[in-house]
Write a protein that binds this ligand. Structure first.
Ligand SMILES: NC(=O)c1ccc[n+]([C@@H]2O[C@H](COP(=O)([O-])OP(=O)(O)OC[C@H]3O[C@@H](n4cnc5c(N)ncnc54)[C@H](OP(=O)(O)O)[C@@H]3O)[C@@H](O)[C@H]2O)c1
Length: 238
């Protein structure tokens, strides 16, 4: 199956968490900075985020109740911008995220065109809502997200050869479990916060079948300059 090369790029605490108080202490600052810089190292033309991550930092929150649209579009893939130099792939199987624009602009990052990854569960009104904003979308699965089909369409419809996956934990694990991840780039901040509620790098969704642990092979270990943090590069063992 044709698909992009997939790198999962994450920042975690010493206790394996990807969110929470550990991010706010000075010892984490140089690691956070390096985490941003290293995005360029992988030269990916798209970054994929799960629904929770999108809602928290990239979309305009939730769309809420949509007024009824007159137009019904077929539930078929829609490519608004086929040749963007950068894309954000927004996993949104139910069609719940709100948007002002079809581009995301973040400080110090190239602007990115939005691709919504949907399932057959989305409403006709949500599809029309995306069309009105000229946001690209693709359908991957009827009820649950079919990650294999999703990656295949990213390659076929948008020519994405290298994809960065950057959380959250549930989306990361879904791709790993389905054998769709090639590399893990993990930055470790030299901090622990003991949280029992923050998510970790990998979190299995209840709807996924059981899966035995996945192993990794080390590619390199580097200490991050002016810090006690580490950059670990692993490839996924097949
Ligand atoms: N430190 C870092 O490098 C870093 C980077 C990014 C994010 N984060 C943090 O990660 C946290 C969010 O992580 P998360 O694990 O809770 O959420 P997530 O992976 O961002 O999103 C999970 C949601 O995506 C939807 N989904 C649908 N199909 C899925 C599938 N096959 N596999 C996985 N998800 C699917 C589900 O939404 P529905 O249940 O609505 O269907 C699910 O609840 C945030 O706190 C964020 O700040 C940290």
């Amino acid at each position: 199956m044709e698909r992009p090369y997939v790198v999962c790029h994450m920042l975690a605490s010493l206790d394996g968490k990807i969110d929470g108080d550990f991010m706010t202490v000075p010892e984490s600052a140089p690691v956070l900075q390096e985490f941003s810089k290293l995005r360029d190292f992988y030269a990916c033309s798209a970054t994929l985020y799960g629904t929770v991550t999108m809602q928290g930092g990239y979309s305009e929150g939730l769309v809420g109740t949509l007024p009824h649209r007159g137009t019904v579009y077929p539930k078929e893939d829609f490519v608004a911008v086929p040749d963007a130099s950068n894309y954000v792939v927004s996993v949104d199987p139910q069609g719940i995220l709100g948007w002002k624009s079809n581009w995301i602009e973040k400080k110090n990052r190239p602007k990115a065109h939005v691709i919504e990854a949907l399932t057959g569960q989305v409403s006709d009104d949500y599809v029309a809502y995306l069309r009105e904003r000229n946001i690209s979308y693709l359908f991957a699965g009827e009820e649950l997200l079919d990650c294999t089909l999703l990656l295949n369409k990213l390659k076929k419809l948008f020519g994405i050869d290298r994809l960065m996956v950057s959380g959250g934990g549930r989306m990361n694990w879904s791709l790993l479990q389905e054998g769709l991840m090639d590399e893990l780039s993990l930055l470790i901040a030299p901090v622990a916060d003991g949280s029992r509620t923050s998510v970790s790098i990998f979190e299995k969704e209840d709807f996924l079948p059981p899966k035995s642990p996945v192993s990794f092979r080390i590619k390199s270990v580097e200490q991050i300059e002016n810090s006690d943090g580490l950059w670990l590069r692993y490839e996924v063992k097949r």
